[in-house]
Design a binder for this molecule. Structure first.
Ligand SMILES: *[C@@H]1O[C@H](CO)[C@@H](O)[C@H](O)[C@H]1NC(C)=O
Ligand SMILES: *[C@@H]1O[C@H](CO)[C@@H](O)[C@H](O)[C@H]1NC(C)=O
Ligand SMILES: *[C@@H]1O[C@H](CO)[C@@H](O)[C@H](O)[C@H]1NC(C)=O
Ligand SMILES: *[C@@H]1O[C@H](CO)[C@@H](O)[C@H](O)[C@H]1NC(C)=O
Ligand SMILES: *[C@@H]1O[C@H](CO)[C@@H](O)[C@H](O)[C@H]1NC(C)=O
Ligand SMILES: *[C@@H]1O[C@H](CO)[C@@H](O)[C@H](O)[C@H]1NC(C)=O
Ligand SMILES: *[C@@H]1O[C@H](CO)[C@@H](O)[C@H](O)[C@H]1NC(C)=O
Ligand SMILES: *[C@@H]1O[C@H](CO)[C@@H](O)[C@H](O)[C@H]1NC(C)=O
Length: 548
């Protein structure tokens, strides 16, 4: 294979250098693969004179040219007469230029063209009719232009188009795809659509993936969408009316809309795997059975409790559940659940997690669970045996309001967490009751992932305010139980090695300042060396990765 490839490159290069292809290969990158030659002229300033500088006529004469990349060249005018001789061209990338129309000759003459990329140009319209019957185009990218309407000047056109991307334009109506019957992938996101046509999408009986996110849609009716659809992305619209029908859809994203209710007929989506309703106004969830559901995101709705209907009985395959940002009165899980990941963040209303709260929650069979309870600004109490019954993979309790955590919370199962225990950003009161953290937990965290200690600080008592716990890593005495004056004195020795951000509040002498300055300088130098070394390692890794 390798030998074969080298041979091809060699023979191509020979041909190239014999004939006058040399020109373009001096400026662009020419290479050859089994399926034909590739010329990559990305960002070569070819369009400076408003037309291509190269004589493309000769390009295709010796070795079929498979792919031509002319992206990012400020091309304003396409030299159609020259391009049209590239009879074998399959892929043409014209993205990131200044083209404001599409010449129909492209399709008339380049009969083998399969993949055409016009993204990031200045197109304002397009007549779909020029994709005539002979065109073999299957992938067409018109994204990031100024298109407000796609027209169709003649009837009965048939195309082989499978992938069409018209995202990031100004489309406000859709009367064009009646004839794009082979479409499998359609991206209409980031346009100005207020509604979807009632019937014409139904005709796209091969359509599998549809993006209609980031438009101005007011309703979504699956009855108007083809049965073949598997993935539907409708997030960031103004949908308040969702009508369902039997469908094979397995991914449905209706995040950030205005949906108040999901009814029992959600069960019509029998194959649903991934349901994202984040950012709507649900106050309950229907009692439906969905055999394949794996991910359910109910975050940022109007739930006052975690719905009892979310259960292993209803969703035997549920892996991930998110209920972030709801006005929950409590976090209690009221039905049996077996998950891989459970998230409850940004809940302003909860103050306490008691031993009942997570009793019904545990890991999936032969697995472990990631639990994230983070950024709940009033959450200040957690009982000691909350996680006892679970096999925890990672536990994130960061940025809550815990002044104290019971040591028994971190029994064998929890402190053996494979990945992480994140307790950062809590206002811990570092008194004798928290000494166990210093003695038992800090060394463990240090060995799992030192970065977990970066923002693990004491909020009090006053002499310790804002100090990092890692200060006292490996100290023998029980620092948090100790005598503070003695302790503050010893702290000066250690302080420079911890942080440059820290406010130094103790009284100073000139000698101490000098010692401190030296230490800080040393620390800075070491940090820089560290950064350089890591960078190097990363580039090295990247290089290694690239090889495979
Ligand atoms: C344009 O499309 C081609 C073919 O699909 C692709 O290889 C290329 O990366 C695209 N260019 C950009 C800038 O996305
Ligand atoms: C179309 O081009 C844009 C921008 O270059 C790119 O991000 C997008 O992935 C492309 N679409 C498809 C379907 O390849
Ligand atoms: C389009 O096709 C329909 C049915 O196949 C036919 O009746 C009609 O005459 C055709 N129109 C044109 C303009 O060819
Ligand atoms: C789904 O259920 C709701 C409420 O019961 C009802 O109003 C709606 O018509 C149903 N939709 C379909 C498509 O059956
Ligand atoms: C949330 O639900 C309460 C009643 O439970 C209702 O009064 C309130 O308007 C709802 N808020 C939103 C944003 O839907
Ligand atoms: C659990 O957490 C670990 C560490 O953060 C991560 O690598 C893993 O992908 C997570 N698993 C799931 C199902 O989220
Ligand atoms: C740890 O978790 C496993 C699985 O949930 C459980 O069987 C075991 O009793 C737990 N161990 C402890 C010490 O709690
Ligand atoms: C430590 O501080 C916590 C929180 O303020 C308090 O509940 C606890 O009683 C204190 N423990 C000791 C030994 O002072």
């Amino acid at each position: 294979m390798m030998f074969n490839y080298c041979n091809l490159v060699m023979s191509l290069l020979l041909i190239v250098c014999n004939k006058c292809l040399c020109d373009i290969c001096k400026t662009c990158i020419c290479s050859a693969l089994n399926e034909g030659a590739i010329i990559d002229c990305h960002d070569r300033h070819l369009g400076i004179n408003e037309a291509l500088n190269f004589d493309l006529l000769t390009l295709d004469q010796h070795q079929p040219l498979n792919k031509l990349i002319l992206s990012k060249n400020n091309i304003v005018l396409l030299p159609i007469n020259e391009l049209k001789n590239l009879k074998h061209l399959k892929k043409l990338d014209l993205s990131q230029n200044q083209l404001d129309n599409i010449h129909s000759d492209i399709f008339k003459n380049l009969n083998d063209l399969e993949d055409l990329n016009y993204s990031h140009n200045l197109l304002w319209g397009f007549d779909i009719s020029i994709l005539n019957i002979d065109s073999s185009l299957s992938k067409f990218n018109l994204s990031h232009n100024q298109i407000s309407s796609l027209e169709k000047s003649s009837e009965n056109i048939t195309t082989k188009l499978k992938v069409l991307d018209v995202s990031h334009n100004k489309l406000n109506n859709l009367n064009f795809f009646d004839d794009l019957l082979e479409l499998e992938y359609l991206d209409l996101s980031f346009n100005k659509l207020f509604s979807l046509p009632v019937k014409s999408l139904l005709r796209l009986q091969h359509l599998k993936i549809l993006y209609i996110n980031n438009n101005h849609l007011l309703d979504l009716n699956l009855q108007n969408l083809p049965l073949s659809l598997l993935e539907l992305y409708a997030e960031n619209n103004f949908i308040n009316c969702l009508s369902l029908q039997k469908s094979l859809i397995y991914t449905l994203n209706i995040q950030n809309n205005r949906i108040f209710n999901i009814y029992k007929n959600l069960t019509l989506l029998e194959g649903l795997k991934d349901l994202n309703i984040n950012g709507n106004s649900l106050s309950e969830f229907p009692d439906v059975f969905l055999k394949d559901l794996e991910t359910l995101d109910l975050s940022f709705n109007n739930l006052t409790m975690i719905p009892q209907t979310v259960s292993i009985k209803n969703f035997p395959n549920l892996r991930i559940l998110k209920v972030n940002g709801n006005p929950l009165k409590d976090v209690k899980i009221r039905s049996e659940l077996r998950l891989e990941r459970f998230e409850i963040n940004f809940v302003k209303t909860i103050e306490e997690i008691d031993k009942e709260t997570f009793l019904m929650l545990r890991e999936r069979k032969n697995d472990c669970i990631n639990i994230t309870v983070s950024n709940n600004k009033k959450l200040s109490t957690i009982e000691e045996n909350v996680f006892q019954h679970m096999n925890i993979c990672s536990l994130d309790l960061s940025n809550n309001c815990f002044a104290h955590l019971p040591s028994k919370l971190f029994d064998v199962n929890v402190s053996n967490a494979k990945y992480l225990i994140n307790l950062q950003g809590n206002p811990f009161i570092c008194n004798c009751s928290l000494q166990w953290m210093l003695s038992a937990l800090i060394p463990k965290l240090y060995s799992i992932k030192p970065s977990l200690l970066e923002d693990l600080r004491c909020a009090g008592p006053p002499p310790l305010t804002n100090k990092r716990m890692i200060h006292w890593y490996k100290w023998k005495g029980k620092v948090f139980c100790g005598d503070f004056s003695h302790f503050a004195e010893r702290m000066t020795v250690n302080i420079a090695s911890i942080s440059s951000k820290q406010v130094v509040t103790f009284e100073t002498s000139p000698g101490m300042i000098a010692a401190l300055a030296t230490a800080i300088t040393l620390f800075a130098i070491l940090t820089i060396i560290g950064i350089l070394l890591t960078r190097r390692m990363i580039t090295k890794k990247k290089r290694i990765n690239r090889r495979f």
